[in-house]
Every structure is written in C-alpha cells, then in structure tokens.
Design a protein around this ligand. Structure first.
Ligand SMILES: [Zn+2]
Length: 180
C-alpha cells in the first residue's frame, strides 16, 4: 500500500470510467481489470503516467450476471468461473447495450464465442439454435456435444424475473443470427 498524490484529470460518467494521473508508474498497484496507459497530458506533464481505470461497470456486470445464473453456463451448465463470461445480448459498444443483468447471460467461453460469431442463436423463447452448416458437420466431441447437441435446448434462466434475458433484446439479436 502507498499513499501519493493523485489527480483526476478526466472522467467519463457515461462509461463509468475516470482517469487519474500519478507521478510514478511503478507505484501503481491496481488490481486486475484496470489498464495502465502511458499518456502524457498537457495539463500535468510532470505527472507523466496517466492511469485509466476502464470499464468499472464490467466487473459489477460480470459479478451480477454470474450470480444470477448461479455461476453456470446458461447452455451447458459448466460451473467454473474461470471458464465463464458475462456475455452481452446487445453488444456493449452499442448504446442499447446497457450493463443490466437482463442484457447479459452467463456463458462458457465456447458458447460465448459461438454466440458472438453467430454459430448459435437464442430465440426470444430461450431456445438454442445451431447454424445449419454446423449441424451438418462431422467432427469430434467438441462439435458434437459442445455445439450440435445444444440445438433445441432451452437455456437455463435466472430465478428472478428482472434478471431474465430481455426478450426484445434476444429477438433483435436472434434476427441478426438468422440473417448472418
Ligand atoms: Zn457452455
């Protein structure tokens, strides 16, 4: 632990981030999830290191989503936090992509990537659909059990109504899956 002068040089309430400047990069000791950027500002040139604390909401979002889904993948029920992501239904970068649990799903790494790549879609009725060409492929157990057997499965839902995936968001995303 150390105490040293820190200056808030910029903040961005919309993204829940702010920028602080400190005088020595080596004194930075932020926990993971934060990134340190070298960035000399005109305002504080002698404070040569600016640390940008990025996306604080992401951590909360991840924690909330994983909790809502009882720390399991909504599709395959894998229960290892280190292999789970809080996937956005409407991507984070877009305005509608609010960090609400109802815009998220707990997905394992495979299913998150497959969802993002439109290899799998989830209907507004929470049914998993696998892309046709993937269904027709022949390959090993990851394809067979990890993807093909997910076809037609109903995703696991959070208990609380307000945590359940927003059906409008799912419908919009499902439309993109269908037209991808
Ligand atoms: Zn999974």
């Amino acid at each position: 632990m150390g105490i040293w002068p820190v200056f808030i040089v910029n903040d961005d309430p919309k993204r829940l981030t702010f920028t602080v400047a400190v005088d020595e990069k080596r004194e930075l000791n932020f926990s993971d999830g934060f990134q340190v950027q070298d960035d000399v500002t005109d305002v504080r040139r002698r404070y040569a290191t600016a640390a940008v604390l990025v996306r604080l909401h992401q951590r909360t979002f991840r924690e909330k989503v994983l909790h809502a889904y009882r720390h399991a993948c909504a599709l395959c029920r894998l229960k290892h936090d280190s292999l789970l992501d809080a996937a956005h239904i409407i991507p984070d970068a877009e305005d509608a992509g609010e960090p609400l649990v109802s815009n998220g799903m707990s997905l394992c790494k495979l299913h998150h990537a497959a969802f993002d790549q439109y290899i799998l879609g989830i209907s507004p009725d929470f049914i998993v659909e696998i892309r046709t060409d993937i269904l027709n492929e022949t390959d090993g157990p990851m394809l067979k059990y990890g993807l093909q057997q997910m076809h037609g499965v109903r995703m696991q839902l959070p208990r609380r109504e307000k945590d359940k995936p927003n059906r409008d968001a799912l419908a919009e995303r499902f439309q993109r899956f269908k037209s991808a």
